[in-house]
Design a protein around this ligand. Structure first.
Ligand code: SF4
Length: 182
């Protein structure tokens, strides 16, 4: 058993062994259901990423979900105004655990060039972000790179992470209530 702890997979004659968390992580990482929250130019870049040339479906992301309750990857692409902030937060809260957030482009990550009274200076002021993709706009290759980094996080996330105190404190800091089973 000690051997398995240090290896992802053990192959034998007619069988393959791995740990439960590795199997779950692999299944989750290769079947993410993204919810695209796209508001402006970066959203167009994301559409190109979904098109046949770049084909995000190769990463098991064929299906975009426009229902937060069935999505587990929130992709925020574009400028988020302060007025839109509460809606974004509500969408995030409606997604069930485990869930991840990809911030695409300078605007979503920091407000970008819009250092004005009306623009949120980064979505991480209202929701936790797992991976940031830089650029104005980032090219599809960069968005794919961000998705692959999310895949790595998902693959290696402990099955207990969402139940530990660190995660609870993170959610508490964002004033986000966890469900009863979390
Ligand atoms: S980062 Fe640049 S391309 Fe993306 S939404 Fe902002 S202004 Fe548009």
């Amino acid at each position: 058993m000690g051997k398995i702890e240090n290896q992802e997979i053990i192959n034998g004659e007619g069988y393959q062994l791995t740990r439960l968390d590795k199997a779950v992580g692999m299944a989750r990482a290769n079947s993410l259901w993204p919810l695209p929250f796209a508001t402006s130019c970066c959203g167009i870049e994301f559409m190109a990423t979904m098109g046949s040339s770049y084909d995000l479906a190769r990463f098991g992301m064929e299906r975009m979900s426009f229902s937060p309750r069935q999505a587990d990857l929130l992709i925020v692409a574009g400028t988020i105004s302060k007025k839109l902030g509460p809606i974004l937060k509500q969408v995030y809260e409606q997604m069930s655990e485990p869930k991840w957030v990809l911030s695409v482009g300078a605007c979503a990550s920091s407000g970008g060039i819009f250092d004005t009274y009306s623009v949120l200076q980064g979505i991480d002021r209202i929701i936790p972000v797992d991976v940031y993709v830089p650029g104005c706009p980032p090219r599809p290759e960069q968005i794919i790179d961000g998705v692959m980094k999310i895949n790595e996080l998902v693959k290696h996330e402990s099955l207990r992470r969402r139940y530990n105190d660190e995660y609870k404190h993170l959610m508490h800091d964002y004033n986000i209530e966890l469900g009863e089973d979390e």
